[in-house]
Design a protein around this ligand. Structure first.
Ligand code: AMP
Ligand code: ZN
Length: 480
């Protein structure tokens, strides 16, 4: 097998990946800010991280993987105050939902899934370490990081520092502005806000310090891989580098991997546009967890992800195709013996699969290898060129593919039931499937094949959909 190449945001190049500690990969993932339910964009990034993790495991590495849960930040404090509850109660609901969603998508749990609020002492210690190096200053009870004192600032995001005003501070954890400013490591408490009483004074941590402190606590001062969505490169990851490297004098993360964003039908996802979806929104529309996982994993992470309902529909058929294929291998009676050419064909597919993933996790290429194999074996079976002795080898290949894509087990109904949702068979048929059946029926009517058209109407009726033909020859549908 060839070496694994990963594109490193820091160098802007694909580099061969080898971990620092023998066969153990130490990886840090910025987890969700638990102020709301995670959306499908967030899960694009979390699924990418899971694919990376699973691929490294498949290649024989051991994982030491940390993901944080940001359970204190500006938005959490505001929302909890608005709801009149404390931040722990407020975040508990969102943490529960997040973990259930991870399980629904077969995202493996990292070795350490840890909360910011349980690591305040580690953050205080790191801020003290930075203060000892005179890289911090205090203003009205808050402690800031003086970025002018860190010469490497900007090296990850390549942000232009020409416009930086020394001493200009930013108060918010998150900001869109394209300029670098001194950021808060520790924030003085505002009246009525939750705060911690610590050696560096009362207050709460800024957002960036948690990731530096938690990553280094569990993974050491230099970690192998740091991941996140592309929006985190600046300022969050830039600030993590500034904090960690100024404290230790060592490189913080060797590889930085950033997933491009998911957009919906060509537009940025936003609640106001009505194109904002959580996983549960999609489950309620009748889409299965495996379909969503497959779709999210299918686009290589460095490419922008254009989510469409058509592609979701295609993903559903792709998963069906794979499951039917495995069913066929397990249940059909093949002629005795084996075909040497078939063993070579399967090996070729496995090699192509690995080549795809070795190339900066090109999941599209890896999947093409799987579907080419499925097509070739299906043809061979139909031509009686596939024998009983070939089946176990083909099943092993499918198991290897599924170690990454994790969609073969038909447990969607069970998963949805565990979430208190109806099983997909009983649940609504997906909008896209209705649309495509309606279009098929329209085409049949055009051909004056009324028998076929009536058949589709009856089929939809059975699945709870009523069709109404409109005067202009069109058709409207509604759920019963
Ligand atoms: P947050 O909870 O906002 O910190 O986001 C959790 C993760 O989701 C981070 O890695 C973000 O970079 C990532 N993320 C946020 N929005 C999107 C999106 N539209 N597409 C892909 N990833 C996203
Ligand atoms: Zn982070």
């Amino acid at each position: 097998m060839a070496e694994i190449l990963l594109e490193n945001t820091l160098s802007g190049r694909k580099e061969p990946f080898v971990p620092l500690h023998d066969k153990e990969v130490r990886m840090y993932t910025c987890g969700p800010t638990v102020y709301d339910s995670a959306h499908i964009g967030n899960f694009r990034t979390f699924v990418f991280q899971d694919v990376l993790r699973r691929f490294l495991l498949l290649r024989g590495y051991k994982m030491l993987h940390v993901m944080n849960l940001t359970d204190v930040d500006d938005r959490i404090i505001q929302n909890a105050a608005a709801a009149g509850i404390n931040i722990a109660d407020y975040t508990a609901t969102h943490i529960k939902t997040f973990l259930e969603d991870m399980d629904a998508l077969n995202i493996e749990r990292p070795e350490h899934l840890i909360r910011a609020t349980e690591h305040i002492e580690d953050m205080v210690a790191l801020i003290e370490r930075l203060a000892a190096k005179t890289i911090t200053y205090t203003s009205e009870g808050s402690i800031y990081y003086r970025i002018a004192k860190f010469p490497g600032y900007g090296k990850l995001s390549k942000i232009d520092l020409a416009g930086i005003q020394p001493g200009a501070r930013v108060e918010l954890d998150r900001y869109e502005k394209n300029d670098a400013r001194d950021f808060a490591l520790w924030k003085a408490p505002k009246p009525g806000e939750h705060f911690w009483q610590t050696r560096i004074g009362p207050g709460r941590p800024g957002w960036h310090i948690e990731c530096s402190a938690m990553a280094m606590k569990y993974l050491g001062e230099t970690i192998d891989i740091h991941t996140g969505g592309v929006d985190l490169a600046f300022p969050h990851h830039e600030n993590e580098i500034a904090q960690s490297e100024a404290a230790t004098g060592k490189p913080f993360a060797r590889f930085w991997l950033h997933a491009e964003h998911l957009i919906v039908e060509g537009e940025k996802m936003s609640k106001s546009l009505g194109n904002f979806f959580t996983l549960r929104d999609l489950f309620a529309k009748g889409y299965k967890p495996s379909t969503i996982r497959f779709l999210l994993a299918s686009v290589p992470y460095r490419r922008q992800f254009n989510f469409t309902f058509d592609s979701l529909q295609q993903a559903a058929s792709s998963v069906e195709r794979l499951r039917n294929f495995v069913y066929r291998l397990q249940n059909e009676k093949f002629p005795e013996g084996n075909t040497p050419a078939m063993a070579a064909r399967i090996q070729q597919a496995e090699d192509d699969f690995h080549h795809g993933l070795e190339d900066d996790l090109n999941t599209a290429q890896a999947l093409a290898a799987v579907f080419d194999l499925v097509r070739d074996i299906n043809t061979a079976i139909d031509l009686k060129n596939f024998r009983a002795g070939d089946a176990p080898r083909a099943l092993i290949a499918m198991t290897i593919f599924d170690a990454i894509f994790a969609v073969l087990l038909d447990d969607d109904a069970e998963k949805l039931r565990a979430l208190g949702l109806a099983a997909p068979e009983a649940a609504q048929i997906a909008d896209a499937e209705i649309e495509s059946l309606v279009a098929e029926r329209q085409a049949a009517r055009k051909r004056r094949n009324f028998k076929a058209a009536d058949g589709i109407r009856a089929q939809l009726d059975e699945r709870g959909i009523i069709l109404e033909d409109t005067k202009d020859g069109g058709v409207r549908w509604k759920r019963k």
